[in-house]
Design a protein around this ligand. Sequence first.
Ligand SMILES: NC(=O)c1ccc[n+]([C@@H]2O[C@H](COP(=O)([O-])OP(=O)(O)OC[C@H]3O[C@@H](n4cnc5c(N)ncnc54)[C@H](O)[C@@H]3O)[C@@H](O)[C@H]2O)c1
Ligand SMILES: O=c1ccn([C@@H]2O[C@H](COP(=O)(O)OP(=O)(O)O[C@H]3O[C@H](CO)[C@@H](O)[C@H](O)[C@H]3O)[C@@H](O)[C@H]2O)c(=O)[nH]1
Length: 325
Amino acid sequence: MSNKTVLVTGGAGYIGSHVVRQLGERGDNIVVLDNLSTGHSKAVLFGELIVGDTGDKELVTKILREKNIDAIMHFAANTVVPESVEKPLQYYRNNTVNVLNLLECCQQVGVKHMIFSSTAAVYGTPDTLMVTEQSPTRPESPYGMSKLMSEHLLRDYSATGAMSHVILRYFNVAGADPQARIGQATPNATHLIKVAVEALCGKREKVSVFGTDYATPDGTGVRDYIHVEDLAAAHLAALDYLRNGGKSTTLNCGYGHGFSVLEVLKTAEKVVGKPLNIHYGPRRAGDLAAIAADSSRLRELLNWTPQYDDLEKIIAHAYAFEKTL
Ligand SMILES: NC(=O)c1ccc[n+]([C@@H]2O[C@H](COP(=O)([O-])OP(=O)(O)OC[C@H]3O[C@@H](n4cnc5c(N)ncnc54)[C@H](O)[C@@H]3O)[C@@H](O)[C@H]2O)c1
Ligand SMILES: O=c1ccn([C@@H]2O[C@H](COP(=O)(O)OP(=O)(O)O[C@H]3O[C@H](CO)[C@@H](O)[C@H](O)[C@H]3O)[C@@H](O)[C@H]2O)c(=O)[nH]1
């Protein structure tokens, strides 16, 4: 075990808690900073949890100094596309201004590496279903734009030589720890698979399909769903890459194929063996038709081989965790 310590902001949240668990299982030193706005302290299975805000520069600087932090994994953010349309300023403050704060603290203390949680939402509607990291970035929501602006902050700061970074652009993250210790516990979640398993557990009466008139094979939105365990593994690989002198880069995180809303719902019914009450509704603000990740760079550069590229497993794990809540 090295004496280097990684700061995981948002480590009490859905994705961050899976990364913390994988880091802890391999014996890494971890400090988590989370304001518990959507996260849960009991999801932090390893390391020290400090309850506080990434916007608190005094606190962040103190942590970076006292805990001997060499790398930051920055998950803390607001994450809901339609909410960002209603509350754009909140999204720019938390997802962009707080990144600037964090980088200023890194500059003050001399932190060398950052892994940043970006999103497929930076692409907006793509020209082709599959996007590479070189595809045009045309975000269609304040959420996507708030993340794209942070990508630029990070790239420009790294270009000075002060830091190296990996920007991971996640596609649709789903599933849970296969042992169901942690999972997506966010209250009032809006993510499709979470909503579907809540309905299958009897916690919701129905599932609404947001839009049936998209230019997709069955008219519903198509996304690339990635298991949270595979995504977490990409973070550990990115950390090792940077600590071993790897150059700053941006990587798509997805499997490279999409499923429509109806395909997801039908698969969920099959996996659980119960019918869903499906309601067909209008399109949701900020949503686009279809997108999937060309993740060849992630596979090649970080030697990433997914273990759970299987929609049935993703849903089964999400359902098993949902039953524990
Ligand atoms: N879930 C997805 O499908 C998805 C897809 C693409 C990108 N992302 C990105 O991944 C990251 C993690 O998302 P998630 O799904 O785990 O969401 P989440 O809401 O479960 O986790 C976010 C965590 O950050 C904390 N947090 C928020 N603002 C904070 C602040 N100012 N200071 C300290 N803590 C703060 C929350 O309490 C929570 O624990 C986010 O940056 C999100 O934009 C998620
Ligand atoms: O109750 C629901 C929820 C979703 N959808 C549809 O299902 C698809 C997926 O939606 P959702 O699970 O809400 O994810 P996205 O809106 O694609 O956004 C997620 O995926 C992005 C990356 O692609 C992340 O950046 C965001 O944080 C995350 O919320 C879309 O076509 C939605 O219109 C429904 O039809 N009904």
